[in-house]
Design a protein around this ligand. Structure first.
Ligand SMILES: *Cc1c(COP(=O)(O)O)cnc(C)c1O
Length: 379
C-alpha cells in the first residue's frame, strides 16, 4: 500500500466539475486580477467567519508582514512569537525591521507557552504573534489578556488552523486580526499561493488593504508606498468553490484523527496528540512523538507511508537566527521535541483502512525494536 502525506488529487476529483467550472468562468471573463471572484471570496470568507472584513493577499507570509507593518511595528521594536513554527511567523517580524523574541512551546500542546510570555515583555515590545499550530488553538484567551495589560497587539497566525476554535470562538477572531494561508496543502488550499487577513477593526482593514494595493484604495491615488500583494482571480474562484465543503472536510480530518487515536492506542513508545480542553482541534497535522523518530520515519517510508516533520529545527536554532545568540538550552522543550515529533498522513479523504495500515506498521516497528536486544538496532 502507498499512502501519501496529503492527497490533493483526491480532493480535486471529489469536486472536479465545480472546480473546472470556476476556473473556466474566470478565464472566460478574463477576471485574472481583482474583480468579482476576488470580491466574492472575501465576502464569503468574512461571512463564514462572522467578521466585518476579509482582505485577500498573495500568501500567508504577506498577510503577517502587512499586519505587522500596518500596526506600526518597525525598527527598534520587539515582537513575541513562538520557537516552533514555520519561519514566516518570525521572518515577517524581521522584515519590518523589528526583532523576533522567541518563546518556548508548552510540553502538552506544542504551542507557545503563554506562561513564559510576560517575562519576555520589555519597553520595546509592540505585538505578539501566537501561532495556532497543527490546527489547535493556543491559549489565545490568556495571550489576549496579557496583551491588553501591556498594550500590545495580537496577530493570530491561523495558517494551520482554519475553523479551529477556542471556547467556541474561532481562531483568528479573538486577537486584533487573523492571518491565513491558502497554500495548497493547508486545510483550505488554493491551487497556488494565496492568503488573507480577517479583522473587525475598520481602520486596520482599510490600512492593510491600502498597503497591499500599492498604498492606494483608489486607482492612481497612492497615499503611501505599499507593496503588490494580491490574491488572483483563479485562486479566489477555486477557494470560493471549496468553501461550501470546508466544514465537512474539517469534520473528516477530526474523525480521522480520532481513528488514529483509536488504532494507535496502547503503543507505549509513542505519545499521541492531546486536544486542549474547550477547543476544536482541526488537525491540519496529526503529530506523534517518539525518541526513535528518524528510525520510525525510515521504516514507514520503506513500507510506502510518507511522513513529515513540522519542524525539524526550532526557529531560534536555525542558522538564520544565529545572530540572536541563542543556545538550544534557552528553548529546552522546542529543542528536545524537534527530534521527536513526526507528522503522520492526514487528510479528509484518508480511509480507515489506510489508517489501520499506518497504525499496524507503527506497532510492527516497535514490536521489532522490542524483540531485538537494545543497542543492536541502528547502532
Ligand atoms: C504556511 C504557514 C505560513 C505561511 O503561509 P504561505 O502562504 O506559505 O506564505 C505562515 N505561518 C504558518 C504557521 C504556516 O504554517
Amino acid at each position: 500500500m502507498k499512502i501519501p502525506f496529503v492527497d490533493l488529487k483526491a480532493q480535486y476529483l471529489s469536486i472536479q466539475s465545480e472546480i473546472d467550472t470556476a476556473i473556466a468562468q474566470v478565464i472566460n471573463e478574463t477576471a485574472f486580477i481583482g474583480g468579482k471572484y476576488v470580491e466574492n471570496f472575501e465576502r464569503n470568507f468574512a461571512a463564514i467567519y462572522g467578521v466585518k472584513h476579509c482582505i485577500s493577499v498573495a500568501n500567508g507570509t504577506d498577510s503577517l508582514y502587512i499586519l505587522l507593518k500596518m500596526l506600526g511595528v518597525g525598527p527598534g521594536d520587539e515582537v513575541i512569537t513562538v520557537a516552533n513554527s514555520w519561519i514566516s511567523s518570525s521572518e515577517t517580524i524581521s522584515q519590518t525591521g523589528a526583532t523576533p523574541i522567541f518563546i518556548d512551546i508548552d510540553p502538552d500542546y506544542y504551542a507557545i507557552n503563554e506562561q513564559l510570555i510576560e517575562k519576555a515583555i520589555t519597553a520595546r515590545t509592540r505585538a505578539i504573534v501566537p501561532v495556532h499550530l497543527h490546527g489547535q488553538a493556543c491559549n489565545i484567551e490568556a495571550i489576549v489578556e496579557i496583551a491588553k495589560r501591556h498594550h500590545l497587539y495580537v496577530i493570530e497566525d491561523c495558517a494551520q488552523s482554519h475553523f479551529s476554535e477556542f471556547k467556541g470562538r474561532r481562531a483568528g477572531t479573538i486577537g486584533d486580526a487573523g492571518s491565513f494561508s491558502f497554500y495548497p496543502g493547508k486545510n483550505l488550499g488554493a491551487y497556488g499561493d494565496a492568503g488573507c487577513i480577517i479583522t473587525n477593526n475598520d481602520e486596520l482593514a482599510l490600512k492593510v488593504k491600502m498597503y497591499a494595493r500599492h498604498g492606494a484604495l483608489k486607482k492612481h491615488q497612492h497615499q503611501i508606498e505599499g507593496i503588490n500583494s494580491r490574491m488572483d482571480g483563479l485562486q479566489a474562484a477555486i477557494l470560493d468553490a471549496k468553501l461550501p465543503h470546508i466544514l465537512k472536510w474539517t469534520d473528516l480530518r477530526i474523525k480521522n484523527a480520532g481513528l488514529y487515536d483509536k488504532h494507535l492506542a496502547g503503543i507505549e513508545d509513542i505519545i499521541l496528540p492531546k486536544v486542549r480542553p474547550d477547543t476544536k482541534h482541526t488537525f491540519h497535522l496529526y503529530v506523534i512523538r517518539t525518541g526513535r523518530r528518524n528510525q520510525l520515519a525510515e521504516f514507514l517510508k520503506e513500507n510506502g507511508i510518507e511522513t513529515a516533520v513540522h519542524y525539524p529545527v526550532a526557529l531560534p536554532n536555525m542558522k538564520a537566527y544565529e545572530y540572536l545568540g541563542h543556545s538550544p538550552a534557552d528553548f529546552p522543550i522546542a529543542s528536545q521535541f524537534q527530534d521527536e515529533i513526526l507528522s503522520l498522513p492526514l487528510f479528509p479523504e484518508l480511509t480507515e483502512q489506510q489508517i489501520i495500515y499506518v497504525a499496524g506498521k507503527i506497532r510492527e516497528f516497535f514490536a521489532i525494536e522490542l524483540a531485538v536486544a537494545p543497542g543492536t538496532v541502528n547502532g
